[in-house]
Design a protein around this ligand. Sequence first.
Ligand code: MEV
Length: 304
Amino acid sequence: MTFFDSSIAGRGEAGSKLILFGEHAVVHGTSAIAAGLEKGISATATFCDEPSSIYIKEWNISGNVSGNSTLDIALKKLLNSLFVKDKNIKIIASSHIPPGGGLGSSASLGAASAIAVGRLLDLSLTSADIENAVKESESVFHNNPSGVDAAAVLYKGLFLFNKITGVKKIEAELPELLVFDTGVSASTAQSVDIFTDRLENDLLGVQNLNRIKSIVEEAVNALVTKDIGTLGALMSENHEILKWFGVSSPELDDICNISLKYFSPGAKMTGGGRGGCAIVLVSEKTDVNGMMMEMTQKGYKRVI
Ligand code: MEV
């Protein structure tokens, strides 16, 4: 028998994100350029009799606060950060983005869930409360999240993000990009460890981190001046450096190489890497049809 009126529900929505430049380096204190996109994850929270749980329909994944999986722990941390561990809440989520694809799925899930729970319980959450809840739940997936994903799923448009200074809007439009999914899902926490290990143990680590820092500065300028040629060259260079750090994958490199063959000005992996998605810049010279055909043949699906 149910003691709660399951027609009382809280609903929340959060977007997805693309990191254009500076992922991984942002964990170590430099800035990244990200874009918050409209479509991400929506969630509905209702009261229930059982221990609190979460289910994501499209991924067919569930978790609950009595378990010990990554999702179970993330849910526990999310609810604890909202001070609602004594309530039984069921969250059902629906996703437009793939899990572990570098598009901010874990942050979007955390944000949509926090908003839904906040509305169910009339918590009047501020955006700082929501960002904090996302960071708490994301720490399970990311070890040491910079906060760029949490910011990007909550804010729309292009911005510069830094761990210390937060979000700074970039007065420019998002350039025309195609996003391709390798179909490989990878753990961001492991990618962050791989990057950090190389940074700390290879003599060229700091030099390459500093080059990413300069690329980000040059890219802000190229975005504002709409210099697509420079932007593409910077994307490809950023990709090569991420590859050097060990966080690319054969599929991500393949997507970038195919893009260049069809006259894209530049392409790179986005997010944690070792799988997930790559972003491809498009100009009037790009043979989009040819590129789409080869990507489809190779099984790289266009997303967003
Ligand atoms: C993941 O989307 C972005 C990383 O830079 C990790 C982070 O900033 O928390 C790889």
